[in-house]
Ligand binder design. Structure first.
Ligand code: MG
Length: 212
């Protein structure tokens, strides 16, 4: 594999298991945020959350668009983790796997910067990445939006044809492929769609990838 490759990693459910403890916590906080600030009941709050997530890739996008929500206020109040160290699920061998990959590595996440930095430090891998591109960096245009990807490539001075996107979210991989990137899908079960170059059960499987 050429050494001038750039690995672009998603964070949640790619570099660590966020579904176990972190996502349920964020989901509860988001529902609570909608109930408080939009003055709706729990059922409506959950319905709106799901609707915006499906339509825009992020609840926040829908809130900004339809309710004029201040993104910084929302992110601050929905990403409070008194015990984040206990919630992060760290896979053994992650650091070694990443260290062995040739080429530059960056993180591209729909999560806020403060949270992403904290999780990467808890995973003991922050020093392996040359940059982190967050939802704030994308001016609140979450993956899979093409505009967010283009902004990320420009800001990080990356050429799409040199990049490999490693992600658990298929729509994001579809955008990556349209831009000319290689795509690696992290998923233990689903089949590999045509725009995915490789599927791995876990990010640890990157160690065994020879050709992309
Ligand atoms: Mg993810």
């Amino acid at each position: 594999m050429p050494h001038d490759r750039v690995w672009i990693f998603d964070l949640d459910d790619t570099l660590h298991n966020a579904s176990a403890h972190i996502f349920p916590h964020i989901n509860r906080a988001m529902t609570q945020y909608l109930m408080t600030h939009l003055d709706v009941n729990e059922e409506s709050a959950n319905r709106l959350r799901m609707e915006y997530w499906q339509r825009y890739g992020a609840t926040l996008h829908g809130l900004m668009r339809h309710h004029g929500t201040d993104p910084h206020h929302f992110l601050h109040h929905t990403h409070q983790f008194p015990q984040l160290a206990q919630m992060v699920v760290r896979s053994r061998g992650l650091r070694t796997t990443l260290q062995r990959l040739q080429g530059e590595k960056v993180v591209y996440t729909n999560a806020p910067m403060a949270y992403a930095e904290q999780v990467l430090r808890l995973l003991n891998i922050r020093d392996l990445f040359t940059g982190v591109f967050s939802i704030e960096s994308s001016r609140f245009q979450p993956k899979p939006a093409m505009s967010g990807f283009v902004l990320m490539l420009n800001k990080m001075k990356l050429q799409a044809s040199r990049c490999i996107m490693v992600e658990d979210n298929l729509p994001a991989l579809k955008t990556a492929k349209r831009l000319g990137m290689k795509t690696v899908y992290i998923n233990p079960r689903n089949k590999r769609p045509s725009y995915v170059d490789a599927r791995l059960v876990s990010v640890l499987g990157l160690a065994a990838i020879k050709n992309l």
